[in-house]
Design a protein around this ligand. Structure first.
Ligand SMILES: Cc1cc2nc3c(=O)[nH]c(=O)nc-3n(C[C@H](O)[C@H](O)[C@H](O)COP(=O)(O)O)c2cc1C
Length: 166
């Protein structure tokens, strides 16, 4: 597990190569096995492969340009009205997607939509998301075009780890 965790990076360049249905199914399953407060599972996943839709999604924020180059994009949609913990639940599901994509040898990234009301509106319109739901993020996934080095202990600050009390 720690190996996949260290390898997981924000990958923003992808090759124009297909992601197999087998791999995609494993990635989707990883999200669906995520834990959820009170076992509500307040999410939907929208799987997007259509080039025109990806192109439009890539324009919704200044940090979403790479979405158009991904083979598949997964939109994580939260059911805000069903659970006060939808952000936590959906974030864990999104991280499962990212980690499983890494473990499948693919590149992925998190593209934030929650908190940007213009982007929220545009993505909801593009993907016909019901009014009462909220889009947490988009996760572009593809065959890695430009790899990033895996994380090592040099990447984090050990003073953040406290023993017994702050
Ligand atoms: C909540 C969240 C929002 C993020 N939003 C974006 C984004 O909109 N666009 C993007 O390219 N990367 C985004 N990222 C990726 C971060 O920039 C990346 O995780 C960070 O630079 C650390 O690099 P690493 O993921 O390779 O370890 C986001 C990550 C998180 C956790």
């Amino acid at each position: 597990m720690i190996e996949a965790i260290k390898k997981r990076r924000a990958i923003r360049q992808y090759l124009d190569e297909k992601v197999s249905d087998e791999k995609l199914n494993e990635i989707i399953s990883a999200a669906m096995y995520a834990p959820s407060a009170n076992a509500i599972y307040p999410w939907d996943l929208i799987i997007i492969k259509n080039n025109e839709t990806k192109e439009k999604l890539s324009k919704v924020t200044p940090w979403s340009g790479h979405v158009k180059d991904a083979q598949v994009v997964i939109a994580v949609v939260g059911h805000e009205t069903e659970s006060p913990d939808w952000v936590e639940d959906c974030s864990i599901a999104a991280e499962h997607i990212w980690l499983e994509a890494t473990d499948q040898g693919l590149g992925a990234c998190w593209v934030q939509i929650r908190g940007n009301e213009n982007a929220q509106k545009e993505v909801k319109e593009l993907l016909s998301v019901p009014d009462e739901h909220r889009v947490l993020c988009l996760i572009p996934i593809g065959v890695i075009g430009k790899a990033e080095e895996e994380h090592s202990e040099d990447d984090f600050d050990r003073t953040r780890i406290k023993q017994e009390s702050y």
